[in-house]
Design a protein around this ligand. Structure first.
Ligand SMILES: [Zn+2]
Length: 403
């Protein structure tokens, strides 16, 4: 199959006007300018005025929460969390959240997102997601404060073992956050990821109350959480967040840190040296009313940053292109459109441990592609894509057209 497009944007090399991508089976076997190749016309699918880019990657979402879309108003994190817990407690939860996971995967594909890093609280999302032709890292969440497993390292290990991987499904490990999982369990979770050679992610430095808890103690956390911490014996390490993370990570590989909304300059260097990728969720960040994200400082310090959507319970869509547009138009000192495209493709793939397979158009990589509207006379097709996001006209995963 040879796909011809007004623009081919490999991400790792400059955009090609009037380009092609040749796919054999699930892989890219050639690409370049169309005039440098003699092509028998029937072998070519002319996609017309489109910009062909690598399938977008959303490294941080909770698809199962999509059934609560529009049910929760913008609010500080803790107020939102209490409401969410109440909504999730209503009868029929497993069925509606499984359906939401599947619906969210299809919505992602329709937005050109061909790979998601999805976190499931009770490890229920991987089954419905297995039936959707999207690439996914299904993160099994460890949450010690929860009523249901996995709550400790043994329960985590058996939940991870239950996930049936396939060429599109990789299992991942996600200790929820430093205020919901005790340090030895975080260490055990990251060691398990290392032992299995699978990616890990966690929520880190998301709120100022969390940072205060890690540094000093729980007094700024909401009452319901303080009670739970006391019951489960989770105490403050009395360390800055990144120093605490370094201790939890001993012997483990770098992973993905969702949010990092709060970090001081001294901790930036430590984070850069540790090699973790930060997943900034711009519209969720706005929804929760945090002060400006340290994105410019993170980038200056050399910390890799990618963009995620978080869940539909705190966002309007599952499109990382919409996130890039939000950053480009609403955040001071934004990265360039080309950098933003890289953040929602290759850098997202890196955060999920899949950068050798997806995230750019290169010979030998998986043929995960998305075709967005774009005319050949566009001066900069990437700038146009980020400035005016539109739904893709076609999407492929592993060489198969899926929308
Ligand atoms: Zn999250």
């Amino acid at each position: 199959m040879i796909l011809k497009a007004a623009w081919v944007v490999p991400v790792t090399t400059p955009p090609v006007r009037h380009g092609y991508v040749e796919v054999e089976g699930d892989r890219i076997v050639a690409l370049g300018p169309i005039d440098q190749r003699s092509l028998p016309p029937p072998a070519v699918a002319d996609l017309g005025d489109v910009v062909l880019v690598p399938g977008l990657v959303n490294p941080h979402t909770h698809l199962e929460l999509g059934c609560y879309a529009g049910r929760l108003d913008p609010a500080p994190l803790w107020v939102w969390l209490e409401h969410l817990v109440r909504l999730r407690g209503k009868p029929g939860r497993a069925q509606r959240e499984r359906q939401a996971a599947s619906d969210g995967a299809w919505q992602s594909l329709q937005a050109g997102v061909t790979c998601v890093g999805d976190i499931s609280r009770e490890n229920v999302a991987w089954r419905p997601l297995k039936n959707v032709p999207i690439r996914k890292v299904c993160f099994v969440e460890l949450l010690t404060l929860a009523g249901q497993p996995p709550r400790d390292p043994d329960e985590l290990r058996s939940a991870v073992a239950a996930v049936e991987e396939d060429p599109l499904l990789t299992v991942g490990i996600s200790p929820h956050a430093p205020y919901t999982v005790p340090a030895p369990y975080i260490q055990a979770a990251l060691s398990l990821a290392c032992e299995l050679g699978r990616p890990w992610c966690t929520h880190w430095a998301e709120s100022s109350e969390e940072v205060a808890f890690l540094r000093e103690g729980p007094k700024r956390l909401p009452f319901f959480l303080r009670v739970l911490l006391w019951r489960h014996g989770i105490t403050s390490p009395r360390l800055p967040p990144m120093e605490f993370l370094d201790r939890c990570c001993e012997g483990a590989k770098p992973g993905a840190l969702a949010h990092v909304n709060y970090i001081d300059d001294r901790e930036l260097e430590r984070l850069a040296a540790a090699g973790h990728t930060v997943v900034y969720c711009p519209r969720a960040h706005h929804f929760f009313g945090h002060p400006p994200h340290p994105l410019p400082r993170l980038r200056r310090a050399g910390v890799p940053v990618t963009l995620g959507t978080d869940s539909l319970a705190s966002n309007e869509s599952l499109s990382v292109l919409d996130e890039a547009h939000h950053v480009y138009t609403r955040v001071p000192d934004p990265p360039s459109p080309h950098e933003l495209l890289r953040m929602v493709t290759l850098d997202g793939a890196w955060a999920l441990g899949l950068a050798d397979q997806i995230g750019s158009l290169e010979v030998g990589k998986q043929a995960d592609l998305a075709a967005f509207p774009g005319a050949p006379d566009e001066r900069d097709p990437v700038a146009a894509l980020i400035a005016r996001p539109a739904p893709p006209s076609a999407v492929w995963v592993a060489g198969q057209r899926v929308t």
